[in-house]
Write a protein that binds this ligand. Structure first.
Ligand code: LLP
Length: 458
């Protein structure tokens, strides 16, 4: 790319208005303009900071790859949910799957959050972080006898039930324990969430929930079961929703059902609207929590029920970054590859969902954009798969040894990481003001095979 081509493209980015510039060569994400949209991050002079801590310092102290989370950013979004719905009795049940580190859960326990879980393991994490089972809702399509038994013994707040067979199993386990199980039915409202097909859950072709048409009959069945307490109704239509209309459409369908349940003598205590509010990764413009509340509040306040939400991504995504170091630069005739020390095992979202996440340098060239050195780079890991990339065709000026931050990585980053290629999982760090603490040690390779057993010929 010629100097003038790039220069012409980026002249207005300094205002902070133009976050990205798509050229025929690739995507330029303006680091300063992007960070202006991410509350935990800022450039001071030309160095990237999370809260009051330099990202380069963090990379030096904790090594890379490393996930770093801002405590304040997590709390601010949690607070935004509770403030926006303050006029109603409500409970924000953070979706643990987005980021289940005990420190993250502990911060949310302290703030008063409830939790949405999908496994016994997630419930154990919530309890280990000091949370109360009574403030936990248990979602998921495949709960086992053991999961249900454990949750009931701990005093789970509610099971979000997804099928008749699950309902009868819960009744059976509750009878064996001589308890009554609190339940909601997860209704599938057949609403298009307009999101990536892998994370769309509210369509009739998806495996989730009980169809809107069958829900009344299943509630009536539940009402006849000896050890079931009907407490609510639930729906979740998908993740990374950027518009409010699908939420409203789903709510309208659920409200219809609530009225028909009332007509049949079935009274509920809560309505659970699931999770799903999207975030800005690069230049998406998702509806704000305030706008979300504004659209839903009038309908919700007429119901007289407690309102539950299960947000995951929106609470933690932009509180977190994945720090990674450039190990090798490999420019070729057709493509330039920057091989970094994080890979698809650390962050699978780009490979799995074609997710576009921003990659910004920890240190900017002091005289603004480096027009001579900037080239389109594929930011890739060292794993033996062509699908192993964190970002493609990004206009960056890179040197080996540079530290990069993948932003928006606080949600579905570490929790979806794996040990593929026998790579130890990254460390995790939390930042608060000037303080920072290791909240998960980097795994050792020895730990990866410590539970494996060599075959013995007999
Ligand atoms: N409640 C239920 C029942 C869910 O299935 C989910 C997410 C949530 C709440 C939280 O939704 P959120 O507020 O985070 O959108 N791994 C994917 C996202 C999968 C979401 C699955 N369910 C990704 O990285 O985009």
């Amino acid at each position: 790319m010629s100097h003038s081509e790039l220069h012409a493209d980026v002249t207005d980015s300094a205002t902070g208005e133009t976050v990205t510039i798509q050229t025929e060569h690739g995507l330029y994400v303006d680091p300063k303009a992007l960070s202006a949209h991410l509350p935990a991050l800022s450039y001071r002079d030309d160095a990237l900071y999370m809260e009051q801590v330099s990202v380069d310092e963090l990379a030096k102290q904790y090594g890379t790859p490393c996930y770093v989370y801002s405590k304040q950013a997590i709390l601010d979004v949690y607070q935004a949910y509770t403030d926006s719905f303050a006029s109603l009795d409500h409970q924000v049940c953070y979706a643990v799957k987005a980021n289940s580190n005990l420190a993250v859960l502990g911060v949310l326990v302290q703030a008063g959050a409830g939790f949405d879980i999908v496994s016994r393991g997630e419930l154990m994490r919530v309890l280990a972080a000091g949370g109360a089972a009574s403030r936990v809702v248990f979602s998921g399509v495949g709960k086992t006898y053991g999961d249900i038994e454990y949750a009931l013994t701990q005093g789970i707040g509610c099971f979000n039930v997804e099928s008749i067979s699950e309902l009868t199993l819960i009744n059976e386990v509750a009878a064996a324990l001589n308890k009554r199980a609190p339940i909601s039915l997860r209704v599938n409202p057949n609403v298009d969430a307009k999101t990536h097909p892998y994370i769309s859950t509210g369509l009739k072709d998806n495996k989730f929930g009980i169809t809107h048409e069958d829900a009344l009959a299943v509630y009536q069945q539940a009402a006849d079961l000896s050890h079931i307490d009907i407490v609510g109704i639930d729906c979740h239509i998908g993740s990374q929703l950027t518009e409010v209309a699908p939420f409203v459409a789903a709510l309208d369908k659920v409200i219809e059902l609530i009225h028909s349940l009332r007509d049949h003598g079935i009274e509920l205590r809560h309505i659970d609207l699931g999770g799903g509010l999207g975030v800005r990764y690069i230049d998406e413009t998702p509806v704000s929590i305030d706008e979300f509340a504004e659209a839903l509040l009038p309908k919700l306040s007429e119901l007289g029920l407690t309102v539950f939400f299960e947000p995951g991504r929106s609470i933690v995504a932009n509180a977190g970054v994945l720090l990674t170091q450039v190990d090798v630069l490999k420019p070729t005739e057709h493509k330039n590859f920057a091989i970094v020390d994080a890979a698809m095992n650390d962050l699978i979202r780009p490979a799995l969902y074609q997710a576009e996440m921003a990659v910004i340098p920890s240190t900017l060239p002091s005289d603004g954009i480096d027009t001579n050195g900037t080239k389109p780079w594929d930011i890739v890991g060292a794993i033996c798969e062509t699908g192993d990339f964190l970002a493609k065709d990004r206009l960056l000026s890179l040197e080996a040894g540079a530290v990069l931050a993948v932003t928006g990585a606080g949600a579905y980053g570490f929790t979806m990481s794996s040990n593929y290629n026998s790579r130890p999982r990254a460390s995790e760090v939390m930042v608060s003001g000037n303080n920072h603490q290791l909240i998960r040690k980097r795994e050792t390779v020895e730990a990866l095979y410590a539970d494996e057993i060599l075959w013995q010929d007999k």
